[in-house]
Design a protein around this ligand. Structure first.
Ligand SMILES: *Cc1c(COP(=O)(O)O)cnc(C)c1O
Length: 378
């Protein structure tokens, strides 16, 4: 099976892991800080705080922004459920906004329509690795004095108008899950220029404690306090050693993903029943996913059948995503209904994610293209 995504881990990554495993600190050690500094620097911001997953990063970021019971948070309907789940973790309500039909990124006009006096944060998701329309989002956010949280789990390493992902919002959350731009196995990070937000993330990831173990060791003190509840969202030094090693390869990984996408673009250019998503700036797109919209009516084949046929042919296609407001929890517990986000709902019927990962070979790309074109009888 050619998977839709997969990690690239080389011998030097494994050596970095082995070295970290032999050191004094397996967790809360110096490698965590080194990885945070290196990633923050590459993203053009002052602070990074590493945590145990992208979901934890979103949870910490929303906490840092002061989200709590009674608040509403704008969430695009076309995203992974964690974007909305973390809002619910804090007792707040996700309000789903629609996406733009050509990019499946948050539609600023829909976001604007759904802002109320309870709105506390706007979450922008850089769908498939393409940064959102931050110019429009920043304009509407600043008009209402609302912060933007970027869910950049797909787009780390990308850029928007020459500015790196990580520096485009008040705070940004990224993921290091194996299919994401770089991996630590599981892991995530918040990125921000705001020292107060960073400090709140750091406290929340470590039980709400005012000092961490190494700070107490260094001070020769046992004392800490807990002023607010937090979680154990820490990441290990072993994982951060892998992250540091991977970070050095991030731009290479993305160049490789872009080359795969360019080859798909060329091969699919004149297929009337298949359209790749619109790309504003190929040089800023992280190409986490290669998503096509297929006119399943035109090829007289329902998506389920096309999906099954491709999987049986060894092509690891996927669907990203079933709109979050249509998932059972959001329907049953939050009263979400069909029709709330028509562009996301319509797109959901049409999309397929094709395999894309660093080092994908021409033979693999050719096999995917051949099998996909077979759907249309060619
Ligand atoms: C992967 C992902 C997350 C969650 O990240 P984890 O590291 O798996 O917890 C959140 N949002 C989006 C858009 C993602 O793709």
């Amino acid at each position: 099976m050619i998977p839709y995504g997969r990690q690239t881990v080389d011998d030097d990554d494994i050596q970095a892991i082995a070295q970290a495993t032999r050191s004094t600190w397996l967790t809360c050690g110096p490698t965590v800080g080194k990885f945070e500094q290196a990633l923050a620097e590459s993203a053009g911001v002052a602070h990074g705080a590493a945590v145990s997953s992208g979901t934890a990063a979103l949870h910490c970021a929303l906490y840092a922004l002061g989200v709590g019971p009674g608040d509403e948070v704008l969430v695009p309907a076309m995203t992974f459920a964690a974007t909305a789940n973390t809002v619910v973790f804090l007792g707040a309500r996700p309000v789903f906004a629609d996406v733009l039909p050509d990019t499946l990124c948050l539609d600023p006009a829909s976001a604007n329509d759904r802002i109320t006096e309870r709105t506390k944060v706007i979450i922008a998701v850089d769908y498939a690795g393409q940064p959102c329309d931050y110019k429009s989002l920043q304009a509407l956010a600043s008009a209402r004095s609302l912060p933007i949280l970027a869910d950049a789990c797909h787009s780390l390493g990308g850029s928007y108008n020459g500015r790196p992902v990580g520096s485009l919002a008040d705070i940004t959350a990224v993921s290091f899950h194996p299919v994401k731009p770089i991996t630590t196995g599981e892991g995530g990070m918040t990125l921000t220029d705001n020292p107060a937000l960073d400090a709140r993330v750091r406290r929340f990831r470590n039980h709400g404690m005012t000092t961490d173990f190494r700070q107490r060791e260094a001070a020769g003190a046992w004392e800490y306090d807990i002023e607010d509840l937090g979680y154990n969202y820490r990441i290990t030094d072993i994982q951060c050693a892998l992250g540091l090693s991977q970070l050095g390869k991030l731009q290479g990984f993305i160049a490789s993903r872009r080359a795969v996408a360019a080859e798909y673009d060329a091969r699919f250019a004149r297929i009337p029943w298949l359209k790749p998503l619109f790309v504003h700036d190929p040089s800023g797109h992280g190409r986490h996913l290669y998503v096509v919209k297929i006119d399943f009516q035109a090829i007289q084949r329902p998506r389920a059948q096309a999906f099954k046929q491709l999987r049986e042919a060894g092509i690891g296609v996927n669907v990203h995503y079933r709109p979050v407001h249509l998932l059972a929890y959001y329907r049953d517990r939050l009263g979400c209904t069909e029709g709330m986000c028509p562009h996301a709902e319509k797109a959901y019927e049409q999309i397929l994610s094709l395999p894309v990962f660093p080092g994908m070979t021409h033979e693999q790309i050719d096999e995917v293209v051949r099998r996909v074109l077979e759907l249309g009888g060619s």
